[in-house]
Write a protein that binds this ligand. Structure first.
Ligand code: UDP
Ligand code: MG
Length: 336
């Protein structure tokens, strides 16, 4: 019999949890022949999320929760969920209902069709304003800057089979960009399309600052281009400087004297070159601080407690039993 885990990072989602619970149950209700388990990761919520999740787990043994010792962030919370997952396939989704649970059967069908890594790609999205512009700009820029080709318009929503999860669990990376790592692991990749809604309730928990940091993690861990561009800029500016010097020497030799003005030019050049140098140092710093994070080898997250990690036989709606065709002989334990 197949086992599925649905990993959901939760940070202050008290307004969304009851609806999420209802819709997950509806989708995963008895039909077909497979076990499923929802694995919430409570990422240091300071509202009522923890007690709501706890109650849900008490009432329904298919729900379980890992409680992190503080707010570690979206990516570490996902890593915690993956490390504690045991399913033959693991579905990863956000807890604000932007990722519709109703897509889970399609993801599973794609997996059963042979894909080991399934990503849910947005056909459209409802977010508006600065965030929307930011997301679009990022995907465009990332497509250009990344050394490793990755499809745009995907987030964390998707499915990984056990082999891919085990490989991802081996990654010691601290500044994680999950959509990139999911592409990087390879295997047979599949895609399912969906329309992304706006978050159902509450404010986004990924603040703008955090999103910018996440975007930078994506860029700096998947591209050397910023460094190469700086080298290119250096070569260009020093060539221009050399040519200019050559021009001044020739001018002096042929005896052409020009009235000595040029204060504005000098100030502009000094500021421009100073700026370019500072940007180059800043870019180096971005790589350096990520190296520093890796060298410190701090754990990615700390688990305070966990609740209801037992499993019972429950079935996902709309998913036929194909366990006879799947090799589910290995049943790995916790990967932490
Ligand atoms: N989240 C989390 N830790 C955080 C921030 C967010 O676990 O520090 C969770 C949040 O509860 C939600 C998911 O990650 O389930 C995505 O967060 P959000 O909707 O704020 O991100 P966005 O959709 O804007 O990328
Ligand atoms: Mg969201």
């Amino acid at each position: 019999m197949l086992n599925f885990d649905v990993v959901i990072p939760i940070y202050n989602e008290e307004a969304n949890l009851p609806e999420l619970h209802r819709r997950l149950r509806e989708v995963c209700e008895v039909q077909g022949d497979c076990n499923w388990r929802v694995l919430y990761v409570n990422d240091g919520s300071d509202d009522d999320s923890w007690s709501i999740m706890h109650t849900q787990c008490e009432q329904d043994s298919r729900f379980s929760v890992i409680d992190l010792s503080r707010n570690f962030g979206h990516q570490p919370a996902i890593a915690a969920g993956l490390a504690h997952s045991e399913g033959d396939a693991v579905i990863i989704m956000d807890g604000d209902l932007q990722d519709p649970p109703e897509l889970i059967p399609d993801l599973v069908a794609c997996w059963q069709g042979g894909a080991q890594v399934v990503r849910a790609e947005r056909r459209s999205r409802q977010e508006k304003g600065l965030r929307r512009v930011g997301f679009d700009l990022f995907h465009r820029f990332f497509g250009w800057v990344s050394d490793f080709p990755l499809p745009g318009h995907t987030g964390i929503f998707g499915l990984l089979d056990r082999q891919a999860v085990m490989e991802l669990n081996r990654f010691p990376e601290k500044n994680r960009f999950f959509p990139g790592l999911r592409g990087w692991v390879g295997f047979k990749q599949g895609v399912v399309y969906y329309d992304r809604k706006d978050r159902r309730a509450g404010e986004p928990k990924q603040s703008f600052r955090r999103l910018v940091r996440y975007a930078l993690d994506g860029i700096f861990s998947f591209s050397y281009k910023p460094l190469r561009l700086m080298t290119g800029a250096g070569v260009l500016i020093s060539t221009a400087g050399f040519l200019l010097a050559f021009f001044f020497v020739i001018r002096r030799l042929v005896g052409i004297e020009i009235a000595q003005t040029g204060f504005t030019t000098l100030v502009t050049l000094v500021l421009f070159l100073g700026g370019v140098q500072l940007i180059a140092i800043g870019l180096l710093g971005e790589y350096l601080l990520r190296i520093y994070d890796e060298v410190k080898k701090r754990p990615l997250y700390i688990v305070r407690s966990q609740y209801g990690l037992g499993r019972t036989g429950n079935k996902i709606k709309g998913i036929p039993d194909v366990s006879a065709n799947q090799d589910s002989s290995d049943s790995p334990g916790s990967m932490e």
